[in-house]
Write a protein that binds this ligand. Structure first.
Ligand SMILES: Nc1nc2c(ncn2[C@@H]2O[C@H](COP(=O)(O)OP(=O)(O)OP(=O)(O)O)[C@@H](O)[C@H]2O)c(=O)[nH]1
Ligand SMILES: [Mg+2]
Ligand SMILES: [Zn+2]
Length: 300
């Protein structure tokens, strides 16, 4: 019998998994029934089987996982063993701040570090964009300004990504794959060859893929999303997931304050007096409303 080996899931391929072995070779693996849902970044135990293929036997314990809501009230693991998530934005397409807030809230809730990347700084910005970014900087999020086209900021990104596992997340078309390509020496991405091509037309990323960076560190390029969702965050937990709200949370008049129209709400008062970003607070209200109606809808 062949020996059982360890590997890392680098992407989903149809019903199988692409697993990288200890030597950096990619092996196409089947999964065992009842394995559970493996995600990109998962460490697994696998055994070689016929041909060049393998079979994944076990998913090893995760040190972190990023989740999104899935059909039927279930939760899907987007990526495992992540150290940090970068929300990538650009002047074009116009930033979806509600989406950014969802990703940042889930990271905060799951204890995964997060920061923002503004790409396409070669394009003209706007004062609205600067204002919005200022809110995130005030909330304590680092913002990196780059252009994969001009090369600005790419060296900084290389230095930042050289340890741990990072994921690029955000809207479609902001340049996540362009940044990934800029950081990899071989433009013919190894896994890209295995994964299905989207045909002619614009190439969009179709499944999250993990790449090993030449100077160390791992980078996960993920497909653009329009809605991230707030998996496993209850309405009562949402305010805590807004990092900038945290200093005010113990200071509301009522313990069960929802931070909406409640009397003596320290969060609302901070937003009204502009100690807290009014835009972030408005988006909090929007997301809270969505969470509330989702909870009613599923009867929980
Ligand atoms: N002007 C400018 N355009 C860029 C820059 N980086 C990427 N683009 C362009 O933006 C478009 C989208 O880039 P992608 O890297 O495919 O974006 P993505 O975020 O991976 O998109 P999805 O895979 O759909 O999520 C492409 O046409 C790129 O050429 C940049 O720094 N400046
Ligand atoms: Mg892409
Ligand atoms: Zn309150």
């Amino acid at each position: 019998m062949e020996e059982v080996r360890e590997g890392r899931v680098v992407c989903h391929l149809g019903k199988g998994l692409a697993v990288e072995d200890e030597n950096g070779h990619i092996v196409l693996c089947h999964t065992r029934r009842r394995l559970g849902d493996a995600a990109v970044g998962d460490r697994v135990r696998w055994e070689p089987c016929e041909g060049e293929q393998g079979r994944v036997l076990e998913i090893l314990p995760r040190r972190s996982s990023l989740v999104r809501p899935a059909y039927g009230g279930r939760v899907r693991i987007v990526a495992a063993n992540l150290d940090r998530v970068y929300v990538v934005l650009a002047p074009e397409p116009e930033p979806d701040w509600l989406l950014a807030d969802q990703i940042l809230a889930v990271c905060e809730h799951r204890g995964i570090a997060a920061a923002l990347i503004l790409n396409k700084t070669d394009l003209p910005g706007s004062s609205a964009l600067d204002d919005a970014l200022y809110d995130y900087a005030s909330a304590g999020y680092e913002i990196f300004r780059i252009s994969t086209r001009s090369g600005a900021g790419i060296e900084t990104m290389k230095a930042l990504l050289h340890d741990g596992c990072s994921m690029l997340s955000g809207q479609s078309g902001v340049g996540k794959s362009s940044l990934t390509n800029a950081l990899l020496p071989d433009r013919n991405l190894r896994v890209g060859e295995l994964s299905a091509h989207s045909g002619l037309g614009r190439h969009t990323t179709t499944s999250a893929t993990l790449y090993r960076l030449p100077d160390g560190g791992e980078l996960i390029d993920s497909p653009g999303v329009a809605v991230f969702g707030l998996a496993e965050i209850s309405p009562a937990e949402l305010a805590q997931a807004y990092r900038d709200f945290q200093p005010y949370l113990g200071k509301c008049r009522f313990n069960d304050c929802r931070h909406v129209k409640d009397k003596g709400c320290a969060v609302r008062e901070a937003a009204e007096s502009l100690n807290l970003s009014a835009s972030r607070y408005e988006r909090y209200l929007k997301l809270l409303e969505r969470l509330g109606s989702a909870a009613e809808f599923s009867g929980s």
